[in-house]
Design a protein around this ligand. Structure first.
Ligand SMILES: *[C@@H]1O[C@H](CO)[C@@H](O)[C@H](O)[C@H]1NC(C)=O
Length: 290
C-alpha cells in the first residue's frame, strides 16, 4: 500500500515536472519571419521551420545573453536537402557585431551534410571550420551546443567538442565579450553556394523542406536593460562558482581535448588556420596559438 502511494506520488510529481518543462520552445522564442512556415507544435515543445520556393522561415530568442551555455536539439531536413541551409547562431547587432555560428549545409540523399562554423568578433569573421558528422543528422534529434565564456568559445555536438576558439586578446585578436547576443535560427535557400559551391541546385519538387527543434536550454547570463542576470562575482573566474555557473570558467579537460582531436582528425574538412593559400601574408594570429 505504502509503496504504491509513493509510486503514485512520484508519478504525479513527474507529470507536474513534465508540464512545467513543456512549452519550452514557445517560452524561449518568437517566430520572426516566413509567413506561417515556422510553427510551434506539441504545446510549444517542438518548433519546425520550413522552406519552399517562395520563402524560408526563422525564429529568434526572446532573451539576449552575455555569456552562456546554450543547448538545442535539431533534426535536419531529410532526403534531398541540397541547396538548403539551416543556420543556428548567436549574434549581436550593429556594424561591429559579434557572432557564433553553426550552419548545416544540406546535400543530395545519402551524401553528407557539412557542419559549417564561424566566429565573428567586432564585425570580422573569416574563421571558418567545417566538419562532417559521425551520424545521420536527419534521422534523429542531436544536441548542438555553444559554450561561451570570457576565456573561450566551445562548439559541441552531443557533448563532444568539435571546435574551440580561445580568447587571444593578449595577442591583439578581439574576442566577443562586450556585446550581448540573441539566438537566431533560420532555414533558407542558398543553392548559389551551399552544396559543392553552388553546383547542386535545390530540387523544389521535394519542397517544403522542414527542420525541427526542441529542448532548448540556456544556462546563461541574460542581458536586459544594460544589466546581466549573473551575479557580478561570476565575472571573476576565481570566485566560488556554484555548480550552476561552472560553465563560466569551464575549459576542456584532457578527455575533452582528446575527443576534440578525434573529431578534428577524422571529421574536419576545412580549417581556415590551415589555408595558407587564402592567407599568403600569414595565417591569422589566433591560429598560431591554438
Ligand atoms: C555533399 O556530398 C559530396 C559528395 O560526398 C561532398 O563532397 C560534399 O562535401 C557534401 N556536402 C556539401 C554541402 O556539398
Amino acid at each position: 500500500m505504502a509503496s504504491s502511494t509513493i509510486v503514485s506520488v512520484m508519478l504525479l510529481v513527474s507529470t507536474l515536472l513534465a508540464v512545467a518543462l513543456a512549452g519550452n520552445m514557445d517560452q524561449g522564442f518568437d517566430i520572426t519571419w516566413g509567413d506561417g512556415r515556422g510553427k510551434m507544435l506539441n504545446n510549444g515543445d517542438l518548433l519546425t521551420l520550413s522552406l519552399d520556393k517562395a520563402s524560408g522561415s526563422g525564429f529568434q530568442s526572446k532573451n539576449e545573453y552575455l555569456f552562456g551555455k546554450i543547448d538545442m536539439q535539431l533534426k535536419l531536413v531529410p532526403g534531398n536537402s541540397a541547396g538548403t541551409v539551416t543556420a543556428y547562431y548567436l549574434s549581436s547587432k550593429g556594424s561591429n557585431w559579434d557572432e557564433i555560428d553553426f550552419e548545416f549545409l544540406g546535400n543530395l540523399s545519402g551524401d553528407p551534410y557539412i557542419l559549417h562554423t564561424n566566429v565573428f568578433s567586432q564585425g570580422k569573421g573569416n574563421r571558418e571550420q567545417q566538419f562532417y558528422l559521425w551520424f545521420d543528422p536527419t534521422a534523429d534529434f542531436h544536441t548542438y551546443s555553444i559554450l561561451w565564456n570570457p576565456q573561450r568559445i566551445i562548439f559541441s555536438v552531443d557533448g563532444t567538442p568539435i571546435r574551440e576558439f580561445k580568447n587571444s586578446e593578449s595577442i591583439g585578436v578581439p574576442f566577443p565579450k562586450n556585446q550581448a547576443m540573441r539566438m537566431y535560427s533560420s532555414l533558407w535557400n542558398a543553392d548559389d553556394w551551399a552544396t559543392r559551391g553552388g553546383l547542386v541546385k535545390t530540387d523544389w519538387s521535394k519542397a517544403p523542406f522542414t527542420a525541427s527543434y526542441r529542448n532548448f536550454k540556456a544556462d546563461a547570463c541574460v542581458w536586459s536593460s544594460g544589466k546581466s542576470s549573473c551575479p557580478s562575482s561570476s565575472t571573476s573566474s576565481t570566485s566560488s562558482s556554484t555548480s550552476s555557473s561552472s560553465w563560466f570558467s569551464q575549459q576542456l579537460d584532457n578527455t575533452a581535448q582528446e575527443r576534440l582531436r578525434w573529431v578534428q582528425r577524422n571529421y574536419m574538412i576545412y580549417n581556415y588556420c590551415a589555408d595558407l593559400k587564402r592567407f599568403p601574408q600569414g595565417l591569422p594570429p589566433e591560429c598560431r596559438t591554438s
